[in-house]
Design a protein around this ligand. Structure first.
Ligand code: PH2
Ligand code: MG
Ligand code: MG
Length: 170
């Protein structure tokens, strides 16, 4: 069956954040081929300030799921790992967002691809540029490397080692 390369953004800022990200990757791998996983990055919360910092990563997958099916799988894994409904941009055990799905541009009621805020967020562009700098955003016709260079976001994003912040090890 035809497969599509997609990029997913994962984030967690409740509980065992690195464990939550690893569990989510394991769950995703039961449904699709997870081909590349970025490092984890400790990141400043965007959109709602008074909450714990996040761990974020990006993974590249090969999938025969449709975008709608991929969204359903992502939402099921979020619930399975203990995510409960909360405020917009607020704390979450695990968040799995579809960033890119091949060259597809799609805007339906419950799913917009490419992710409409990915170009404004260093916590997405830094790990994405680390694994896919030459991938082209199908709506903007710009590489991820270029989108990162042009990104005005100034929230901090720090690489980590095994889920521990590098700066806390120094
Ligand atoms: N996700 C959000 C809102 N703000 N901030 C960081 N640093 N990382 C996230 O994953 C994140 C966020 C909405 O999904
Ligand atoms: Mg999100
Ligand atoms: Mg989400």
């Amino acid at each position: 069956m035809a497969q599509t390369t997609a990029y997913l953004g994962l984030g967690s800022n409740i509980g065992d954040r690195a464990g939550n990200l690893r569990s989510a990757l394991g769950c995703l791998a039961a449904h699709m081929d997870v081909t590349t996983v970025s490092d984890m990055y400790e990141t400043e919360p965007v959109g709602l300030e008074n909450q714990e910092s996040f761990l974020n990563l990006i993974c590249c997958v090969r999938t025969s799921l449709t975008p709608g099916e991929l969204l359903t799988v992502a939402k099921e894994i979020e619930v399975q790992l203990g995510r409960t409904p909360g405020v917009r941009n607020g704390p979450r055990t695990i968040d799995i967002d579809i960033l890119l799905y091949g060259d597809l541009c799609l805007a339906s009621r419950d799913l917009v691809i490419p992710h409409p805020r990915m170009t404004e967020r260093l916590f997405v562009l830094v790990p994405l540029a680390a694994i896919a700098p030459d991938v082209v955003h199908p709506g903007l016709h710009a590489t991820i490397r270029r989108l990162l260079e042009d990104c005005p976001d100034r929230h901090w994003v720090h690489p980590t080692i095994g889920g521990d912040n590098v700066s806390t090890l120094r």
